[in-house]
Design a protein around this ligand. Structure first.
Ligand code: HPA
Length: 278
């Protein structure tokens, strides 16, 4: 049974975060597997380990260190989640949205969400960046939507529109920054599966057939909660492994983390460029 998020819990958590920083972040960021080092470039940060925030969902996954880094990046006040939690860790879906609710309560208007993803498009290579143009909410279709339960009308409507989850103006900014910095920026549709097992070749052929370009185990719940609360969202996947459509290669978490080392410099340039342009 899902444990629903209450306004009281969100307000308590927001107060706990506010007590740790004097910044008023307008931009929230979530860093996926192996992508945490982007947070190292934040100036004068207030660093808050999730363990100091009772009730904050804590990741058990290697490559997700688990702290908030709040400070300045390219002149913007940002709140960065270095490490996130996933549905497969056993958390109720609504709890995955708590960090985004806290960002919204602190006044953040933009969410930049990143993840490590497997290629489904056979043209994608490990080390590529893919900007999300849309997502396929397979988990939601199966009944696991982070907005299930009483609607928090203070944040948004019962039936939020999802016709444009990923913001077109932010797309244009990211395309321009990528071109200026000679970063190849792929674009495509992301799907979030429950995990933690990776996909079978049959899973991947199915996903390809229904129009998916990259597959992962995150991002969609956070993006839905962000849109419900009126944030503009930019989503970027770091492609960490190739599509295994023929079943002849293994997929491992080690290669996901390894790809992060190639991806971090590119992603850092892209994100810094976007922040500069806002
Ligand atoms: N599948 C699902 N999630 C992932 C993958 C993958 O191949 N790579 C990184 N996250």
């Amino acid at each position: 049974m899902d444990e629903f998020l209450s306004l009281e819990k969100i307000n308590e958590m927001t107060a706990a975060v506010r007590a740790k920083t004097s910044y008023t972040p307008k931009i929230g960021m979530i860093l996926g597997s192996g992508l945490g080092p982007l947070a190292d470039t934040i100036e004068n940060p207030d660093v808050v380990p999730y363990g100091e925030l009772p009730g904050w969902p804590i990741s058990t996954v290697e490559g997700h260190s688990g702290e908030l880094v709040i400070g300045k990046l390219e002149g913007q006040d940002v709140l960065v989640m270095r490490g996130r939690t996933h549905f497969y860790e056993g958390y109720p879906m609504p709890l995955l949205g708590l960090p985004v609710r806290v960002m919204q309560s602190l006044g953040a208007k933009i969410l930049i969400v990143t993840n490590a993803a497997g290629a489904v498009d056979p043209d994608f290579e490990p080390g590529d960046l893919m900007m999300l143009t849309d997502h396929l909410n397979l988990l939601g279709m199966a009944g696991h939507n982070p907005l299930r339960g009483p609607n928090l009308a203070e944040f948004g409507p019962r039936f939020p529109d999802m016709s444009q989850v990923y913001d077109r103006e932010l797309h244009d900014v990211a395309r321009k920054v990528a071109a200026e910095n000679e970063i190849t920026l792929r674009e495509g549709v992301y799907v979030c599966l429950a995990g933690p097992s990776f996909e079978t070749p049959a899973d991947l052929r199915f996903l390809r057939t229904v129009g998916v370009d990259a597959v992962g185990m995150s991002t969609v719940p956070e993006a839905i909660v962000a849109r419900h609360g009126g944030m503009r969202v930019l989503g970027v996947s770091g492609i960490s492994n190739k599509a295994n459509l023929d079943g002849n290669t293994l997929t491992t978490h080690e290669e996901v983390l390894e790809a992060g080392q190639v991806l971090v410099p590119k992603l850092t340039n892209l994100v810094r460029g976007v922040l500069r342009s806002l």
